[in-house]
Design a protein around this ligand. Structure first.
Ligand SMILES: [Zn+2]
Length: 466
């Protein structure tokens, strides 16, 4: 952190005069090494001109003419990337147990209705944490109906990411503990007609996609749920909406893709994928969001422990979230010491399957998308993108490939492929300035200095000043 603070001195001075009101003047970002989100060779000594929140020109120092009235910011020696996109988040969850009483019941001290009401009333806590982590767009793939209003609310808010939202999940199973008496975040697909009706209602209320929670239980055979998925896909297509599916086994993921899912928001984690499955992903144009690290959060919750990584992350979330997460250590552990070890081993084996599947899918040319499942216990909105990207790199993707998955591909998966995710002329000017080279090691995304949200520059430390 010390290194950051010192290196940042000159930038602080430069930014002193840059205010929200300075927006009418074009902004000239000069000299950074540009990683544009498309995976090609980085451009050294770049120039990016921003006007009215959009990228007006991209070129090189000495070649591109800089408008006379531009506010110039010298970024020599720094790196520039598009803003990150987290394509798998939930604003209806808190990042701790109080949002998931089905996993760890803390309702006596943290009543669920109050917790959910606070989430609806104060989404800015998560907005700011996302932005401070360099996340300038997110896809909320399942939650209470109010999540659908976040898109309009945030689109022109310089202190929030762009938000796409699916609204309530269409599901084969409703977890009663995650449902409010007066509001549904799960809509049961009792039969094909109710599944179709669910899609029509989502379309009328402006959902950005249709999310299906495809859960298999002992008393709910796959054969019974399969026709529902095809009905949803058919109805969604009629309304021009993509189908996003939670399916974690190879069998359910295969059905989801065959039915027409455009985005799978979890890894296949039960066995190695088949060549047929890869072919189906390619043929259907399905994107794959591996969501590698969410299970670790549950592991720490049930172990009543916070990893060093989590303790670092807690420095960059809202104090109310930090306070709750810290309660983890005083919970009665669900796991005994032996359980902790056993579960860690199980997770390790599952991670190996997920990593191998990810690498095969990626190498076959299927678009891979970064997403965290933020909101689940100890998967924090915002900083959880770092371990997620690092896990993708550990699985065998190069840092540059992880960056594409976390920008261009994730933007496309949330339906914003034409205006977000890439630094190019005409795009919304969402971009990041880093101290270190993210294409050398994706860990360098943590050296974030500045966040530009539609042409408005924020110092990271300012966003953390709650
Ligand atoms: Zn999720």
């Amino acid at each position: 952190m010390k290194k950051l603070a010192i290196a940042f001195g000159s930038l602080s001075l430069l930014l002193l005069n840059h205010s929200l009101a300075a927006q009418e003047k074009p902004l000239a970002l000069l000299g950074a090494t540009l990683h544009d989100g498309q995976g090609g060779t980085a451009r050294k000594d770049s120039v990016v001109i921003i006007r009215d929140g959009r990228i007006q020109a991209v070129g090189s120092l000495g070649e591109l003419t800089i408008p006379d009235d531009a506010e110039r910011i010298d970024l020599a020696g720094r790196h520039m990337t598009p803003g990150l996109v987290d394509a798998h988040v939930h604003y209806s969850q808190t990042g701790w147990a109080d949002g998931r009483p089905d996993a760890s019941d803390q309702r006596i001290t943290h009543p669920y209705p109050e917790t959910m009401a606070a989430n609806a009333a104060h989404p800015e806590r998560f907005h700011r944490a996302f932005l401070a982590a360099g996340v300038t767009a997110v896809f909320d793939v399942g939650g209470y109906p109010w999540t659908r209003r976040l898109g309009d609310e945030t689109e022109n808010d310089p202190f929030a990411p762009h938000v796409g939202a699916t609204g309530a999940l269409l599901t084969t199973f409703v977890p009663a503990a995650l449902q409010l008496p007066d509001q549904q975040q799960f809509v049961l697909m009792a039969d094909e007609e109710t599944a179709r009706a669910g899609v029509r209602s989502h379309a009328a209320f402006g959902s950005d996609a249709i999310k299906v929670w495809f859960i298999v239980r002992r008393n709910l055979p796959i054969a019974q749920s399969t026709p529902l998925l095809y009905a949803v896909a058919d109805e969604a297509a009629k309304h021009g909406l993509d189908m996003v599916v939670h399916a974690t086994s190879l069998e359910t993921a295969e059905i989801a893709v065959d039915a027409g899912a455009k985005l799978l928001v979890h890894s296949v984690d039960d066995r190695p994928i088949s060549d047929e499955f890869i072919a189906a992903l390619l043929e259907n144009g399905t994107a794959y969001c591996p969501t590698l690290t969410v299970a670790a959060g549950y592991h720490y919750l049930h172990s009543s422990e916070l990893s060093t990584e989590l303790q670092v992350q807690l420095e960059s979330v809202h104090p109310s979230i930090r306070e709750r997460a810290l309660l983890t250590m005083s919970l009665t552990a669900r796991f005994s010491a032996r359980n902790v070890k056993g579960n860690a081993m199980r997770l390790q084996m599952q991670a190996e399957t997920m990593h191998e599947n990810l690498l095969r899918i990626h190498e076959a040319g299927v678009p891979v998308v970064m997403g965290t499942d933020a909101g689940n216990p100890l998967t924090l909105h915002g900083p959880s993108v770092y371990p997620e990207m690092e896990a993708m790199q550990a699985a065998g993707m190069t840092a540059a490939e992880v960056l594409v998955a976390s920008t261009k591909n994730a933007a496309k998966a949330m339906g914003r492929g034409s205006d977000l995710g890439v630094i190019a002329v005409g795009r919304i000017a969402d971009l990041l300035i880093l101290e270190d080279d993210p294409s050398a090691d994706i860990t360098n995304m943590r050296s974030l200095l500045l966040i530009c949200r539609a042409g408005i520059l924020h110092k990271r430390e300012d966003l953390l000043n709650w």
